[in-house]
Design a protein around this ligand. Structure first.
Ligand SMILES: Nc1ncnc2c1ncn2[C@@H]1O[C@H](COP(=O)(O)OP(=O)(O)OP(=O)(O)O)[C@@H](O)[C@H]1O
Length: 470
């Protein structure tokens, strides 16, 4: 591929702005090795001054992992590519190991990029990975649908069936790009063979105790190609639908939501009576997770049931750690008073209650962060166009800073420097924001006063940050 068609690599990478360089995530398997050489070829031709750093994560879970990382390091050295190995050295959980390994992998990759001032991490996910992911999610969704026999098809299924996004924003900062998502593994292997480049076969990729290898093997069977094509078509359709749903939910949030006070969201009652109830339910799920400080969206069916009740009148209910207080004057959302964090020493960059990023400028110690509580909230609230009881409840769950018995003002006041800032985060997308959800995440960020999305180093997204449909 590289030899006969020297410019083929442009097809994969021309949408990205690599002027700040790129981190290539290289496990040493065929796909990421191919990615590395394709990207090197592209940068050599188009942006020779750009920094390319290959990073291998040694998860330290198998005896051979350090040697594999060393093999990647040697290949890189041979080809004049900078390389780093980062070891996942933390304590390993006994359950959810794969998810924890993935979390650690992305964290370490993003840290490596940030240390070099690089904004894009590229991975070697292929169309084969995408088909496996979609089929595995389909099997799981069918399992849960059996349990809910008779219910409408959940659009949660559709959301997951979009598969992996071509770009994901990690930690609201670093882009994870998957430029090979439309390419077959076999084509990449053929390219490597032609060039005489070897790769590592990871034994866990064929270990049938795991779901993905089993799916991989089943896709190599007789009807494998047809199932592959169906899965990719389904993913494309689900991705387009999810993009569109996010766009509609963003429009509803911009039109009908405001923030009368810190920690309190108000939805105009019209929100519950519009024609596009699918988008309204999606917007509500995202708002509930954000107000409650929860990283996952509440179950679609439960939120739909709440939404139907909202249409028919007033109510007060709790879902996703969020109180939904629907009155004639509006639908109000605030954090419930239960299970708030205990008082803890204030720590720089901590995520407080899943809702606030803490930045500490006063390092003198002795600062404690705790929910404001009902007594202080009562003193701080004045009557306005929002019922004082609601303001009090919302404020009581907001963070407050204390030194001993003295409550400090975040704002500092007068010439006193601010000891701490507490910046809202869009909880469900604070860690991983797939490109499908960029628009709705941006709308929620503007609503709650979170930092806007950073400029994204890829073309193919419109002015508002949404990934344009191909
Ligand atoms: N240990 C690792 N170090 C660096 N990057 C990794 C590592 N494991 C996975 N990745 C990145 O995530 C992508 C997908 O991971 P996956 O586990 O499907 O791949 P793999 O089987 O380890 O290797 P490959 O995709 O290279 O064949 C890889 O292509 C690579 O970019």
């Amino acid at each position: 591929m590289l030899d006969t068609e020297p410019d083929i690599s442009d097809r994969f990478f021309s949408d990205f702005d690599f002027s700040n360089g790129a981190v290539a995530a290289v496990s040493g398997g065929s796909d990421s090795t191919a990615l590395l050489f394709l990207l090197k070829h592209h940068l050599d031709r188009t942006l020779p001054a750009a920094k390319l750093l290959a990073v291998t994560i040694d998860h330290d879970l198998r005896p051979g992992s350090a040697a594999e990382a060393q093999t990647v390091a040697s290949v890189c050295a041979e080809h004049g590519i900078a390389h780093r190995t980062l070891v996942w050295s933390g304590r390993k959980p006994t359950t959810g190991l794969a998810a924890a390994a993935r979390e650690a992998r992305y964290r370490l990759l993003a840290e490596a990029a940030e240390a070099e001032g690089i904004r894009v991490v590229v991975t070697g996910h292929t169309a084969d990975d995408q088909a496996e992911t979609v089929l595995m999610r389909q099997v799981r969704a069918e399992g849960t649908r059996d349990e809910r026999a008779g219910e409408e098809e959940s659009s949660e299924e559709g959301r997951g069936l979009a598969g992996m996004a071509p770009v994901t924003l990690y930690d609201w900062r670093t882009c994870i790009a998957r430029p090979l998502l439309g390419t077959r593994r076999a084509a990449l292997r053929a390219m490597l063979k032609r060039r005489g480049i070897g790769w590592i076969e990871d034994p866990t990729n064929v270990d049938q105790r795991f779901e993905r290898p089993r799916m991989r093997i089943s896709l190599a069977g007789d009807d494998g190609e047809a199932r592959f094509a169906q899965a990719i078509a389904k993913a494309g359709q689900a991705a387009a639908e999810r993009d569109d749903l996010g766009r509609r939910a963003a429009a509803l949030i911009r039109a009908f939501a405001d923030r009368p006070a810190s920690g309190l969201i108000r939805l105009d009652r019209v929100f519950a009576h519009g024609e596009d109830s699918e988008a309204a339910v999606y917007a509500l799920r995202i708002l509930l997770a954000t107000v409650g400080g929860v990283s996952f969206l509440v179950d679609q069916a439960r939120c739909r049931a709440l939404f139907e009740r909202l249409r028919s009148g007033t109510l007060c209910a709790t879902l996703s750690r969020t109180v939904v207080d629907a009155r004639r004057s509006g639908i109000f959302l605030h954090r419930e008073a239960r299970n708030l964090p205990a008082a803890v020493p204030a720590q720089d960059q901590a995520l407080w209650d899943g809702r606030r990023r803490i930045t500490l400028s006063d390092r003198s110690g002795g600062l404690v962060i705790a929910p404001m509580g009902a007594v202080v909230a009562k003193r701080s609230v004045r009557e306005g166009d929002v019922p004082a009881s609601l303001l009090r409840r919302a404020l009581a769950a907001e963070p407050a800073l204390w030194r001993g018995a003295e409550r400090l003002d975040f704002a500092g006041g007068g010439d006193v420097p601010r000891p701490m800032a507490s910046v809202p985060v869009v909880s469900p997308f604070a860690r991983f924001l797939p490109s499908f959800d960029l628009l709705v995440a941006a709308a929620v960020a503007a609503l709650i006063g979170a930092p806007p999305l950073p400029p994204l180093p890829f073309r193919g997204h419109d002015r508002d940050g949404a990934w344009a449909k191909a």
